[in-house]
Write a protein that binds this ligand. Structure first.
Ligand code: DNO
Length: 408
């Protein structure tokens, strides 16, 4: 596995020097400042590559931009409205420019309106660390009583509606505003904040788009971009829904193994691959993550290794972001499956046998608590996650362990 790290550019409070000292091998970033729908120019790509290649004192970092996360897909493309054809043309131009710059792995997602959703961005753990959390009762209180979305009632059963009413009655105005802000924080790049009216307006635009239509739009998009990516030697990898269940009445199409299998079959090219995010998919107890890695592994082009603790056994639960080896996902089994997949790729002579992974998210610990980096992306919490994951990788790869022999 290639050990990578997400960087939000020069404004990120976690620097190139920081990640280098964390032992990172490659960088994951995006041109967050380019408006969605516009093409990424060679000049802007090169400028970002130079930033990555340089430490604070001007010495070379030895790091390269290895994965794009994300090349954003516009709402117009998802809905096939407005300028969607121009946006696809620009997306393809960005692919060409990225390929010319030597960047091969391109992550994107196809979630309408919101990129990810949490109710807490800094939820306190008993040891004083903080983490992100999705509280289903808070979320229902938001949907029913703060956003007051028409149709929200039908999404929650009676006990949940009652719990949400009680929760809302107990919320201070400050907490109401905080939950609303947190829920809408998950915009790609998270630079802007939507008002509740903006959210309502965005939701209205999806009134007539169900999962079947949205899936068709994704397949139409892939039918355009995947053959080009294939010819340029690029690997596209779609990120799953986060969390992997319906929210705010919006359609969801990448929440399960069956969802992924259907989209990969529809455009059956190696370049049409997936980002296997154990944190997003792991928020649903019926997703078997090591099994997904085993069965879909030859099209997994990028890995997000992260853990969540589920607080129930339903498909839709409250959960919080646990430390990387804690939580509900068996991370050792997951890494073993990845290493097996890499052996198989090596055996068949694939140049892309080593899969880029990044320690996804981390709890805020120690000096992170004062640094206030991007939610989910602290320096030390991620460093701890990477160190733990690297320990597992190193151990499972050791000649004394049966994995090598088992895969042969
Ligand atoms: C959250 C991330 C997502 C992810 C995009 C990929 O922290 O996992 O923002 O980068 O959904 O397109």
């Amino acid at each position: 596995m290639r050990q990578t790290w997400r960087w939000f550019g020069p404004k990120d409070r976690v620097t190139i020097d920081d990640m280098l000292q964390a032992g990172v091998e490659g960088v994951v970033t995006a041109l967050h400042h380019v408006p969605t729908g516009a093409a990424w120019t060679p000049e802007l790509i090169e400028a970002r590559q130079t930033e990555i290649a340089t430490m604070a004192d001007g010495t070379p970092s030895g790091l390269r931009w290895e994965v794009v996360e994300s090349l954003p897909v516009s709402e117009d493309i998802k809905r096939q409205t407005g300028d969607w054809r121009d946006h696809i043309a620009n997306w393809k131009l960005s692919l060409r420019n990225l390929a010319s710059a030597g960047i091969e792995v391109i992550c994107y997602n196809f979630m309408p309106v919101l990129d990810w959703t949490r109710t807490d961005l800094a939820w306190r753990r008993p040891n004083g660390a903080t983490c992100m959390r999705f509280d289903l009762v808070d979320f229902a209180a938001f949907d029913l009583h703060i956003l007051r979305r028409p149709g929200a009632r039908d999404d929650f059963d009676e006990p949940l509606r009652e719990a949400a009413a009680q929760r809302f009655a107990d919320m201070s105005e400050a907490r109401q505003a905080q939950v609303a802000g947190n829920v809408v924080f998950g915009l790609p790049g998270a630079a802007e904040r939507m008002s509740l009216d903006d959210v309502r307006a965005h939701l209205a635009l999806y009134r007539d788009i169900d999962a079947e239509i949205l899936r068709r739009h994704l397949v139409d998009f892939l039918a355009e971009v995947a053959p080009l990516a294939q010819s340029l030697g690029l690997r596209l990898c779609c990120h799953p829904d986060d969390p992997p269940f319906g929210l705010l009445g919006l359609p969801r199409i990448l929440s399960t193994e069956a969802d992924y299998a259907a989209v990969m079959r529809a455009v059956d090219l190696p370049a049409n691959g997936i980002t296997l995010c154990t944190g997003s998919l792991g928020a649903r107890p019926d997703n078997d993550l090591p099994g997904m890695m085993r069965r879909l592994g030859d099209r997994v082009h990028f890995l997000h290794l992260r853990n969540v603790t589920l607080e129930g056994s339903d498909r839709r639960n409250s959960f919080y972001e646990a430390m990387h080896l804690e939580g509900s996902t068996d991370m050792v089994a997951m890494i073993a499956e990845v290493l097996w997949q890499e052996r198989r790729r090596q055996g068949s002579g694939r140049a892309d046998w080593s899969i880029p992974m990044r320690p996804d998210h981390g709890q805020d610990i120690l000096d992170d608590l004062g640094r206030k980096a991007q939610p989910g992306y602290p320096a030390i919490g991620r460093l701890k996650g990477l160190a733990e994951l690297r320990g597992i990788m190193t151990a499972l790869d050791h000649p004394m362990i049966g994995l090598r022999r088992g895969a042969a």
